[in-house]
Design a protein around this ligand. Structure first.
Ligand code: ADA
Length: 578
């Protein structure tokens, strides 16, 4: 299931979760137009969704691969072919016709094809996982270069008029009242204009109905604005969600929203007007057996472990994570930081000004907001991680991405994570600053307290003294099972001591509004590429997880849990934590 609830009661949705024909195309030879004859006779079979690198003998492959399957229709139908996530470049062909191209990795894209004849049809997807200097992420990135179709491929059978999208926004007008705006887009594939009944429900209660004249072959938008009262707000204690359903006579779509406000004031983040101190971890959606094709069941367990250690927030490092995961966060009242995969530690500043790179960034940001706009758990849209924010190129890219985010959503905070807290020139551009700093781990760093003194002073120079500050990354590696009487580098003891000292320091600093430990679980690192990076990653993993890759706790997990669950009030002004 893509979502934790059923999105369509009427629409016929079919998931192509099965073994697809599969072949690597190492030399990028391609297939000719005579599809059936030319798809190689010796092909493999590959599960979808999956990362091919998790299958035997395919660990190291980065490049082009072809997938093929069939769609069988009992009658002629309009199809939406919805690819929930394909890593890198994707070209989609139906019966040999190129439907289109997409670059990305973590957000859905789709193609609508009208009047597809009854019978068997061939769906072919070319993927290319190659990372380069101007892909996002680039070829130097501290996670494994997985490839493949990592989330389901869905075929939806659409009626002549279907519900293309439903967008809900609101503004709280009082404690329990809100001005709600809903935009429904109807898509017609009919040859003539049609009259269609449209009804909207909130938790099963009808609140709008009308008959809409839908233009032939195109989109018709319906906008509704209403004042709602007696609403319960979404927060950690009562993560109240409202199910909104749009339905015509033949099609429907359900989504959920939660009502809440977010503001920043005097260095504090306010959720529903109350100060929020954030206690979190960074989570990659990755597992050694599934790669990025992370199963729903394990998401529940990840979140159980994260909640058990006293977290009220998660940073989705470093890319849009599954919709199912976001649904779980919504249901449990956990606050979320969502970001696109600009992982910039090693990106030369000039690449930040490359038009292809910028276009990719803009598209990714746009797609992430389109997909996730309704999740109340998302408080932060993060535009980049660790780019060279000492440079003009980073400054300009920041402005461009901030502008885009604000044009799409004014209800959330626009954020970033800097690795140059003492030299950053983007201070003051964002609603919240995130600092990534590896004091006590990487060689050459000054101590945390010295870095923070310089950073707080610089914030004043940049007029950013009232902007909330989060420690978005800090930590060190601890190899699971390696403990002893002395805190050696890479031991569980060293990692636990480092995190304990850092957390105590940050929680005593009233200028800091929260912490995200790097990281939740150990993750695979990339070592095999043409230019091997991160050679210090023992076991070929980033070992800074406080649980290992199989989610077994290290000493650091218990230490962080102790701090997060026992130290109730990290700064004297209080927090919304119990
Ligand atoms: C960076 C980066 C993380 C990870 C971390 C580390 O801060 O954002 O993805 O690579 O460093 O372990 O060094």
């Amino acid at each position: 299931m893509i979502r934790a609830f059923q999105q369509h009661l009427l629409r016929d949705c079919r998931f192509l979760n099965e073994l697809w024909d599969f072949v690597f195309d190492k030399d990028n030879v391609g297939l000719t137009q005579e599809w059936n004859k030319n798809f190689p006779s010796s092909f493999d079979r590959m599960p979808v969704p999956a990362c091919w690198n998790n299958e035997l003998g395919k660990y190291n492959y980065e490049g082009v691969a072809w997938y093929r399957t069939n769609i069988t229709l009992e009658k002629s139908s309009h199809l939406r072919i919805l690819l929930h996530a394909v890593l890198g470049h994707a070209d989609v062909y139906l019966d040999g016709v190129h439907l289109g191209y997409h670059f990305g990795g973590y957000t859905p894209f789709d193609f609508v094809v009208s009047n597809v004849a009854e019978g068997r049809h061939e769906l072919i997807i070319r993927t290319d996982s190659t990372l380069e200097h101007n892909t996002i992420p680039t070829h130097v990135v501290d996670w494994f270069h997985y490839g493949g179709i990592i989330r389901p491929v869905e075929v939806q059978l659409l009626p002549d008029v279907s519900i293309e999208s439903m967008k809900m926004t609101y503004e709280m007008t009082g404690e329990t009242s809100s001005n709600v705006k809903i935009k429904v887009k109807l898509l017609s594939m009919a040859k003539a204009a049609l009259e269609v009944p449209l009804a909207l429900y909130c938790d099963g209660q009808l609140f709008y109905e009308d008959k809409i004249i839908v233009q032939a072959s195109g989109q018709t938008e319906v906008s509704i604005e209403q004042a709602w009262d007696n609403l319960e707000r979404w927060d950690a204690e009562n993560p109240k969600l409202y199910y909104i359903r749009a339905a015509t006579d033949l099609d429907d779509r359900t989504d959920r929203i939660g009502f809440r406000t977010i503001e920043v004031k005097n260095k504090r983040i306010l959720l529903n007007g109350k100060e929020l101190y954030l206690q979190g971890v960074n989570r990659h959606e990755e597992h050694p057996e599934w790669g990025f094709a992370f199963p729903n069941k394990l998401m529940t367990k990840d979140l159980d472990i994260i909640q058990q250690m006293g977290c009220n927030t998660v940073r989705g490092s470093h890319y849009p994570q599954s919709e199912y995961w976001l649904d779980l966060l919504d249901e449990r009242g956990i606050v979320y930081w969502s970001e696109i995969p600009i992982w910039g530690a090693s990106i030369p500043a000039k690449v930040l000004a490359d038009p292809i790179f910028i276009q990719r960034a803009v598209t990714m940001m746009d797609e992430m907001i389109e997909r996730d706009l309704h999740h109340p758990s998302i408080l932060f849209w993060s535009v980049h991680n660790e780019i060279d924010t000492r440079s003009k190129e980073a400054y300009d890219l920041s402005l461009e991405l901030i502008k885009l985010v604000r044009s799409k959503d004014q209800s959330r905070l626009v954020v970033y994570a800097t690795m140059h807290p003492m030299y950053d020139i983007c201070l003051g551009l964002f609603d919240v600053s995130g600092i990534n700093y590896y004091g006590g781990w990487y060689f050459g760093h000054v101590e945390f307290d010295e870095m923070l003194n310089v950073f707080h002073e610089r914030c004043k120079e940049y007029g950013a003294e009232n902007i909330p500050v989060l420690l978005t990354e800090f930590g060190g590696a601890g190899i699971y099972g390696d403990s002893g009487w002395e805190p050696r580098l890479f031991s569980e003891d060293y990692q636990a001591e480092l995190l304990s000292n850092a957390l105590k320091l940050f929680r005593a600093d009233s200028n800091i509004s929260g912490t995200y430990v790097w990281q939740f679980a150990d993750t695979r690192a990339e070592l095999h590429g043409p230019q091997p990076h991160f050679r210090d990653r023992a076991r070929s993993f980033n070992n800074k997880g406080i649980v290992n890759e199989y989610r077994k706790p290290k000493l650091a997990y218990r230490v962080v849990k102790d701090i997060y669950t026992n130290n109730t009030d990290p700064y004297s002004m209080g927090s919304t934590l119990n």
